[in-house]
Design a protein around this ligand. Structure first.
Ligand code: GDP
Ligand code: MN
Length: 346
């Protein structure tokens, strides 16, 4: 790890060292999935198990808006080294709230379909985004845990992970961890920022002292620059969402109706909240974790890091330092050191 950028300051307890003490934290994987996602998940889960979890045996929670099939439960349980738990999502966490005007919501979906906005005509995608924003962390199966790692079907971990990422979070007082960041399609969130600033003017006390407004806004908060953490991967402290600040923020957004009158994604919602309600040191870029969610890859460009961790990915395909990624901005606003050769991968 000698050339690992910017990491000297962190405590890592490595699985591979003789002093490894095996102390775990209360953490779980969490995957929202349909029964039909099973055979996309097998490869994903196997990569997480092989690269990380077979060494640590953390639990894995699966959530679904319907009952999981026996086949799904049996297969996932066979692949996962920790305990597996399967939960059904309560109806009120996956449906239209009473105050939503159905005609207006339907009209929006038709307009978005015309404009070919991605998932613009989908009702289930909207329930999914609202659920991931406001409810997954309220499912009773998560009550026993402090940290989670979100995993989606069709994703892949590229590198060996020989330290306990959850313990890393706790030991280093990190509360939100990401791999890829990117800019949002503005047509999915036209009024999200305005709704956020309305909320903040009612609750200025929720804004963290050393917040990271400069990651999400280039003009001191007048407008949103569309930067967000790609929330299909998250390793985070559940207390971020359980906090009064976030619960009130989500309620405010939900009342405004933008999950249905627009197509607000959980990624910008989580990212704006993390950037404003957390102190900047609490947000961590897992630059050492090779990750793929179609169509983007994070592949560590530092040769030493990539080879030490046996990352099975193509550094030329790395998205991290490209123009459409926001990770360069994350490093700049936080004055973090980038890998020595990052400019070769712009
Ligand atoms: P994308 O990554 O934004 O293209 O969206 P995905 O299709 O990957 O969906 C995000 C996550 O929500 C994945 O974990 C899906 O398995 C899950 N998901 C999406 N729609 C549904 C749904 O209707 N029901 C359930 N149970 N899960 C869903
Ligand atoms: Mn996905």
């Amino acid at each position: 790890y000698s050339s690992k950028y910017d990491d000297d300051k962190y405590n890592y307890v490595k699985y591979s060292i003789p002093e490894y003490d095996g102390k775990k934290v209360k953490a779980t994987f969490v995957t929202l999935a349909r029964n039909s996602d099973l055979y996309k998940l097998v490869a994903t889960v196997k990569s997480v198990e092989d690269r990380f979890n077979s060494k640590f045996q953390y639990d894995w929670i699966f959530l679904n808006d319907e009952e999981f099939s026996e086949d799904f439960k049996k297969t996932m349980t066979a692949f996962i080294s920790g305990e597996t738990k399967f939960g059904v999502i309560p109806k009120e966490h996956w449906s239209f709230p009473s105050w939503i005007d159905q005609d207006r919501a339907k009209k929006v979906r038709e307009e978005m379909k015309e404009k070919k906005i991605i998932y613009g005509d989908s009702v289930s995608y909207r329930h999914m985004c609202r659920f991931e924003s406001g409810f997954f962390w309220r499912h009773p199966l998560l009550d026993d845990y402090e940290y989670y790692w979100r995993v989606e079907p069709d994703t892949k971990m590229y590198c060996d992970i020989d330290y306990d990422v959850f313990r890393f979070m706790k030991d280093n007082k990190k509360r939100y961890g990401f791999t890829i960041s990117i800019k949002e399609f503005v047509s999915t969130i036209p009024t999200l920022w305005e709704t956020t600033t309305d909320f903040l003017s009612l609750h200025p006390e929720y804004i963290a002292e050393n917040n990271m407004l400069d990651f999400v806004s280039n003009d001191g908060g007048l407008s949103y620059n569309l930067c967000h953490f790609w929330s299909n991967f998250e390793i985070a402290d559940l207390s971020v969402w359980r906090s009064k600040a976030y619960v009130d923020y989500f309620d405010y957004l939900d009342k405004a109706g933008g999950f249905f009158y627009e197509r607000w994604g959980d990624a910008p919602v989580h990212s704006i909240a993390a950037s404003l309600f957390l102190n900047r040191e609490e947000i961590h870029h897992f630059g050492d974790l090779g990750y793929y969610h179609p169509p983007y890859h994070q592949c560590p460009v530092d040769d030493n890091l990539r080879l030490t961790n046996k990352c099975g990915c193509v550094p030329k395909k790395d998205f991290t330092w490209r123009g459409y990624s926001c990770t360069r901005k994350f490093y700049d606003v936080n004055k973090l050191k980038k890998p020595a050769n990052w400019e070769d991968f712009k």
